[in-house]
Every structure is written in C-alpha cells, then in structure tokens.
Design a protein around this ligand. Structure first.
Ligand code: ADE
Length: 418
C-alpha cells in the first residue's frame, strides 16, 4: 500500500495550504530549484518521520525534486494535517502514512510502513523512527547511510544511543543548528504554542497568570510571547542558570508547588516526565488550564490526573475537563500532546523555512559524506548554518555591514589595547 491517509478528497485543500506556506519558504524554494537541476538524491530512498504539516509537505517536494524516493509518516499521533497528507499522496505520489488522531498501534504501524521503503537516509523528529529501526527493523540498518534529527528531545535520545554504543549510523542534529533552535524553538514554539492554547480555549491572555515549566529556547519563547500578550508569567526551572536568566528577563521564578495555586494556565516544555503531578493538580484553582508543548505527552501526569478525578468530559475540541475529588475542575488541552500541533498548525512557515533548509542541506551532506562519518551525532556543518542565515536575510530584503580591511586586521591582532 502506498498511502494510508484519512480522506483523499481533502487533497485540494491540502495543496492550497502547501502553496500558501511555500510563499513564506523562499530559502527552501531556492534549494529546491538547485536540487531539481543537480539531482543529488538520484537513487536515494528517504524515510521521514516528521509532523505532517504544509511546511513538511514542501520539504518532501524538495527531496523529490532532488530525485529521492520518499516515504513520510507522522512524528506524533495528533500532529497530522489530514488535508496535507491527502495532497501529498494524491498529487505528489508520496508514500504517506499518517492520520490525525491515530492510536498508538496505528502510529507504529505507519512508522513501519514508512520503513518498508528500505531507507538510505532517515529523517526524524523525536527519534521514534530511529528507535524502531534499531529495535524491531534491525535488518534494514545495513543500507542506511545516515539520518537527521529535528528536535531537542530526539537529539537527547540519540546522544544516549551513541553514548551506549548502540547507534548504527551517523545522525546530524538539525535541532542544534543556530538557524534552527534560535528561531524555530524560540519564536516558532513561542507563537504556535499560544496559538494552540487560544484556538482550543479562546481565553484572554491579558491579565492571566501563566506558568511556563522549562526555560530552554522553547520556554523562553513562550514566556516572552505570553508576557507580550499581557500575562503575568511564572517560570519553573530545575537549572539554576536558566532560573537566574528568567528572573533577569523579568519573570517570577518559583517551584511548581508554589505556582500550582497561583497560575491560571500551565504550559510544560521541559523534555522531561511528570513535571505536573497529582500533588500539583490538587493545589490548582478551579478552572486551571494545563497544556504541554514538549515533544512527548509525558510532561503532564495524565494517569495521576485521571486517578484524582471523579468525572471527565470533553467540553470543547481539544479541551477535557477533569473534575477532581475536591470539586475543582482542571482543563487538559490536546490530551497533553504538543498543543501547537494538536490544536493549531505548528510553527509558521516563515520559521520552518530555515529549519527545513537545514534538513534538506543536511540530507545532501549525508548523501555525499555519510559513508565517511562515524556512528555518532554530528552538528550541522557550520557552513550550512551560515549559508542559510545569509540566504534568509537576503530573502527578507535585508543587507548587513561587512568588516573593513582595517577591522579584519584589528580582530586578528593582539597588540593593540587601550
Ligand atoms: N514542528 C513544529 N511546527 C512544525 C511545522 N509547522 N511543520 C513541521 N514540524 C513542525
């Protein structure tokens, strides 16, 4: 079977969505044009496990333009845009296996179907494809040249695999490129997370107490965007340095235990599990809203919430109301899955342009040099990062200064002081 999507008749809408996104992805477009001429992926099979969005659709078209045979599966059961999956299957003849709301068994069946392509290259967002390949589909490992990883959580898992000597091929950590995490994680997650919370609830952020757990690049983005919308922002952290940074950025810093009775909205984005637990739910106000923007749905202790509740009902799409035994109601958004993709459309194309330019160029790098690399996690080559930054600026119509000869000399010297 070459696809498993919700409904092929959604395809026209999906194509329009991809077209709309493409207008904000000029860097990716320029790479596509080059790949279409040079065909760097001729004879290459690529299995991608990414959020199936219009931006991802455009990335898939770039890989195909370069001559690759591509299969695509979702990196989260709730992040697929069904109309995009339909458009890719119908108009691009892509092997797509993803349906929004699929259960866990279907999610892994789809990953396996994407792997049936026998990939030379893997593209992952969270490392579920790589871990499936290294556990249940080991025979396919022989043909794999290399892979890319999109997100912080995936990079952490892969580093753990490399550290334990179980990683069987080199992987480029796209997440760690400056043109990725400084922008996608911060501005992309910042805006799209609040977009997801707002689309699900239609609350007014002005005047709300918003607690953000985790002050990495994503947490910083969410905190600043919430502040910009008029919320009073509380940051919960476990890293003293990040906590100081949050204080000096103007946020209140406290433990989750202390934040629990204060905040109206809670957003987890730590990459760790059970950040909001039973003991916290029991201290929350009636009507508290709890959402997650981290990669996996482990940050909120949902079993603990269920066990503490006497009633549960869906009050709006993506909003479940849990009535605790103490009578207070907690609203869990998007089943604790990444709310920006569950209830909204993920990061805007403008920022995915750089992330996916990193993906496309990293795949080209792996196709050329993968066989010479060790079975480790590699950074995106600095040249690629710089090239993307320069291209993005150019497409924004912005020019920057260049060093004069005198300034270059000055930077290379050590004698000249006060
Ligand atoms: N991750 C976050 N936003 C995304 C998007 N729009 N497309 C693909 N992956 C994403």
């Amino acid at each position: 079977m070459n696809h498993d999507v919700k409904d092929l008749s959604l395809a026209p809408r999906g194509r329009l969505k991809m077209e709309w996104a493409a207008r904000s992805m000029p860097v990716l477009e320029s790479i596509k044009n080059r790949f279409a001429r040079e065909k760097p992926f001729k004879g290459i099979r690529i299995a991608a496990c990414l959020h199936v969005t219009s931006e991802t659709g455009n990335l898939m078209k770039v890989l195909q333009a370069g001559g690759a045979l591509v299969s695509l599966t979702a990196s989260n059961p709730l992040s697929t845009q069904d109309e995009v999956a339909a458009a890719l299957a119908r108009y691009e003849r892509l092997r797509v296996f993803s349906i929004k709301g699929e259960d866990n068994a279907t999610y892994y069946r789809h990953i396996n179907q994407a792997l049936d392509i026998r990939p030379h290259i893997t593209m992952d967002d969270g490392a579920d494809l790589v871990s499936t390949l290294h556990s249940r589909r080991r025979r396919l490992l022989e043909e794999v040249i290399g892979g890319t990883e999109e997100t912080t959580t995936g990079v952490i898992r892969l580093r753990s695999m490399a550290g334990k000597n179980v990683l069987r091929y080199p992987i480029i950590a796209v997440n760690d490129a400056k043109t990725k995490h400084f922008f996608d994680n911060r501005y992309g997650t910042g805006q799209s997370t609040l977009d997801g919370v707002l689309r699900a609830t239609n609350i007014l952020l002005a005047g709300m107490n918003v607690a953000v757990a985790g002050y990495g690049w994503c947490g910083r983005g969410i905190a600043f965007r919430a502040k910009g919308a008029g919320s009073r922002v509380i940051v919960c952290e476990i890293d003293p340095l990040k906590a100081i940074e949050a204080v000096m950025d103007g946020f209140e810093v406290m433990t989750m235990k202390d934040a629990a009775p204060k905040a109206d909205v809670f957003i987890t984005v730590t990459g760790n599990k059970n950040v909001i637990r039973r003991e916290h739910f029991l201290r929350m106000k009636d009507g508290a809203i709890v959402a997650n923007a981290g990669h996996f749905n482990v940050e909120i202790d949902i079993p603990g919430l269920k066990a503490s509740s006497r009633k549960r009902r869906e009050v709006r799409p993506f909003v479940e109301e849990y009535t605790l035994r103490n009578g207070r109601r907690i609203h869990l958004l998007g089943e604790g899955r990444l709310i920006n993709l569950a209830a909204a459309e993920g990061h805007p194309a403008m920022v995915m342009d750089m992330s996916f330019a990193n993906q496309a160029l990293s795949v080209a790098h792996l196709v050329r040099f993968g066989k010479t690399l060790e079975k480790k996690v590699y950074p995106v080559p600095e040249k690629i990062d710089e090239q993307i930054a320069a291209l993005k600026l150019k497409t924004m119509g912005l020019a920057i200064d260049v060093l004069t000869a005198e300034q270059k000399r000055y930077l290379a010297e050590w004698q000249e002081g006060t």
